[in-house]
Design a protein around this ligand. Structure first.
Ligand code: PEP
Length: 248
């Protein structure tokens, strides 16, 4: 089977102003351009306000752009929302969907996320669908059940595997400095692959949760881990590039 390409995604969340965001994007773009041709894909997901100025900054570099969420509808009376088509219009190639922060803060559940997947794939975006168990589920040995349930609930009946990435993000590992062992990540990634059936052979399954320069190498060197979704550590250009460079 062909080796899957690694994918490095920086999720800036609600961080960054015009100047700081442009500087950060420029630093990553310069480092990536100097390392061309890249053997992995690298994506920045800034807040929506910065997508367009950063799109201009990234032109000519191998760094790709993504949104942090989108609405399931293509347009209409949805105050404050953004559609997948709008993200694609600005040059985004990816969108993060079902992040645990949105699941928790806005009660987003599987059926809504599945609708967003359909709409985003229709707009031509690659959908990064996030899943992860809580600390309680982990402690009670319910990780595998939680992951399988979330995966099937978050995917529509029909989707394009070539436009799907699954991000395994244990909730207890996000922003805490706690990281599962590579063996634990591998077990969940293999479970996700099996659950996806034939699509599991090609879909990238990436890990997210307290990835930092010091732990990135062991995570990224594992063949069952196709990349990383990085939160806090993506806000530092040097640190983020150090992580990405471990995917070489
Ligand atoms: C995330 O929120 O997707 C994430 C992985 O955050 P952090 O890297 O800060 O744990």
């Amino acid at each position: 089977m062909a080796k899957r390409r690694k994918l490095i995604v920086g999720n800036w969340k609600m961080n960054g102003r015009l100047t700081s965001g442009l500087n950060l994007a420029r630093e990553v773009a310069d480092r990536a351009t100097a390392s061309m041709p890249l053997t992995f894909d690298i994506v920045l997901c800034p807040p929506a306000t910065l997508i367009w100025p950063i799109a201009e900054t990234l032109m000519g570099s191998p760094v790709l752009l993504g949104g942090q969420d989108c609405h399931y509808a293509n347009h209409g009376a949805y105050t404050g929302d953004l559609s997948a088509g709008m993200l694609a219009d600005l040059g985004c190639r990816y969108v993060i969907l079902g992040h645990s922060e949105r699941r928790m803060a806005y009660g987003e559940q599987g059926d809504l996320i599945a609708q967003k997947v359909t709409s985003a794939q229709l707009a031509g975006l690659t959908t990064i669908v996030c899943l992860g168990e809580t600390l309680e589920q982990r402690a009670s040995g319910a990780t595998e059940t939680a992951i399988v349930q979330q995966l099937s609930a978050s995917l529509p009946d029909k989707y394009h595997a070539s436009q799907l990435v699954v991000a395994y993000e244990p909730i207890w590992a996000i922003g805490t400095g706690e990281v599962p062992s590579v063996e634990e990540i591998r077990i969940v990634h293999r479970l996700i692959r099996r659950s996806l059936g034939v699509a599991g052979e090609t879909v990238q399954v990436i890990y997210g949760g307290s990835v930092v320069p010091n732990n990135a190498e062991s995570i990224l060197q594992d063949d069952d881990i196709d990349g990383v979704l990085v939160g806090s550590a993506s806000l530092n250009g040097d640190g983020f590039w150090t992580i990405a460079d471990k995917a070489r």
